[in-house]
Design a protein. Structure first.
Length: 116
């Protein structure tokens, strides 16, 4: 039996940030579009609104309380999402470029749209 490798403690560089609009390119939610709620750089994962929904059965905590079923968005690996342009309705890779002020920004390759 192989041991599961622990994730490294160093941060991975990710192409997505909190607030970005992304399209899912792999998995059961492939093709869906949503907004990144939370980025987890240590695991290189993101949580996308209304994507990768999981259900969890929670036992009652106190006497007389009933159990409940909660739904939540589970993290998805950042390699399975692609930045999405809401204006052009197309997913694109990104490149990094500099503005006139010398600030480094992210730009969509297909549309030329600047994200930051």
């Amino acid at each position: 039996m192989a041991l599961k490798k622990q994730p490294s403690s160093q941060r991975m560089k990710m192409h997505v940030k909190t607030g970005d609009t992304v399209q899912i390119i792999a998995g059961k939610d492939k093709g869906k579009v949503g907004e990144v709620i939370r980025a987890i750089p240590k695991l290189s994962k993101v949580v996308v609104k209304d994507i990768n929904i999981r259900t969890k059965h929670v036992k009652p905590q106190q006497e007389g309380e009933s159990g409940k079923i909660i739904t939540f968005e589970a993290p998805i690996h950042s390699s399975n999402v692609m930045l999405y342009s809401t204006k052009e309705k197309v997913a694109s890779r990104i490149c990094y470029t500099f503005t006139e002020e010398g600030r480094k920004v992210r730009k969509l390759k297909k549309t030329g749209e600047i994200l930051d």
